[in-house]
Design a protein around this ligand. Structure first.
Ligand code: PMP
Ligand code: GLN
Length: 384
């Protein structure tokens, strides 16, 4: 029966993460595709949730988030990036970074506005822009560095540009914005009303002595930015879906107007637990060393294969170019790796609206050592 339904996202299928995880299950493959850990979270965090539930934190918390958690987030950001967000008005707890990003874009981008998104891009940005009725303007990051092409950005900015979505450390590119990059971004947008949505969910996953630079650190950019974080990423609990949006009052007010009608509130017990857990900075300060070991283990284990490993500076992903093995398109190659080798990855072409294909696949290394070694072991046959 014709129901007259017109899709709001006609060009969008099921996300690549869902597709590859389902395929991995079907073929009993080692899943280094979708970005989630396969190891246990800190039992102390579980105890804190248990305690919060037993203490009665089981009803709707305040709409913008449990105050203790907003205070803990503000304290952490002040400590790390030197910017004091007001927990009362400028910190909003969301159902994961995805909802924080989605809600920010719905609240701030209007039909007729252009929103610049750099590709390869996390796949939720462009659909969020489309659902807001705004126009996505996609710009390729350079290859193979996945850096911002500054002249291209300068050329893409128009009087209709409302927002630029930036993501550092970058998924999937693994690149990290430098102080110089931030200065260029400030120079290019100086004197405009262009807002920045700064997806910083991998803020604690920066390697080799480099440091994450938050938009919160630069007063000029912070005044026009929404800074996005994710506890799912930081504390290895992606299934809990708790993140946040930080923004100056005027921007936060608009985000909250929409937030209250998308989810209204976020899991109360988990928020109380996170507030307590965040008090100990060592819990996130340990992450670079923790993930450097995993990155290096995976790289060493793949070194004997014909895959060309690209540098990994941030996030928990490792990219590999496979042109020495095959000239198949990345989505075909990735599917064949699952079927024939029992290893699931993500084809980078999925992160481009036009399917740009540099013949690159992405491995997630937020996995147990045995999982990483099992995947690499299966890939030793590549090119044989
Ligand atoms: N942004 C990026 C760049 C991501 O990779 C992810 C997911 N891993 C998210 C946002 C979403 O985070 P969350 O699970 O907290 O919604
Ligand atoms: N962000 C995760 C990744 O890049 C996946 C999130 C999702 O499945 N939507 O793998």
């Amino acid at each position: 029966m014709a129901l007259g339904i017109r899709s709001k996202l006609p060009a969008t299928g099921t996300t690549i993460f869902t597709v590859m995880s389902a395929l991995a299950q079907k073929h009993d493959a080692v899943n280094l595709g979708q970005g989630f850990p396969d190891y246990a979270i800190d039992p102390a965090l579980i105890d804190l949730v248990d305690a919060a539930m037993r203490a009665g934190h089981n009803q709707y918390p305040l709409m913008p988030g449990v105050m203790r958690l907003r205070e803990a987030i503000a304290a952490k950001v002040a400590r790390l990036y030197g910017h004091a967000y007001d927990p009362e008005r400028e910190v909003t707890v969301a159902t994961g970074a995805t909802q924080a990003i989605f809600t920010s874009i719905q609240a701030l981008a209007h039909p007729g506005d252009e929103v610049i998104v750099f590709e390869a891009a996390y796949d939720s940005y462009v659909p969020a822009v489309r659902l807001a009725g705004a126009t996505p303007v996609t710009l390729p990051l350079t290859f193979p560095d996945y850096a911002i092409d500054w002249p291209a950005l300068a050329a893409a900015i128009t009087p209709r540009t409302r927002m630029i979505v930036v993501n550092s450390p970058n998924n999937p590119g693994t690149s990290v914005l430098s102080a110089d990059d931030i200065a260029r971004l400030a120079a290019l947008t100086r004197g405009t009303e262009i807002l920045l949505v700064s997806d910083e969910v991998y803020e604690h996953m920066v390697y080799d002595g480099a440091r994450h630079r938050s938009m919160a650190q630069d007063p000029e950019l912070a005044a026009r930015s929404v800074v996005i974080g994710s506890f799912g990423k930081t504390f290895h609990a992606t299934g809990w879906k708790v993140g946040y949006a930080l923004a100056p009052r005027e921007i936060s007010d608009e985000i909250r107007r929409v937030h209250q009608f998308t989810v209204f509130t976020v899991n109360s017990a988990v928020q109380h637990a996170l507030a307590e857990f965040l008090r100990e900075p060592a819990r996130y300060e340990a992450l670079p060393a923790f993930f450097t070991a995993k990155r290096d283990l995976l790289r060493a284990a793949l070194a004997a294969t014909p895959l060309e490993l690209l540098p990994c500076r941030g996030s928990y992903f490792q990219l590999a170019r496979y042109t020495q093995v095959s000239d198949e398109p990345a989505h075909e190659f990735a599917q064949r790796l699952v079927r024939e080798f029992g290893v699931a990855t993500i084809p980078l072409s999925a992160f481009y609206q036009d399917g740009t294909d540099h013949r690159v696949i992405r491995f997630c290394f937020a996995k147990r050592e045995q999982t990483l070694l099992a995947a690499a072991e299966r890939l030793q046959r590549l090119g044989a």
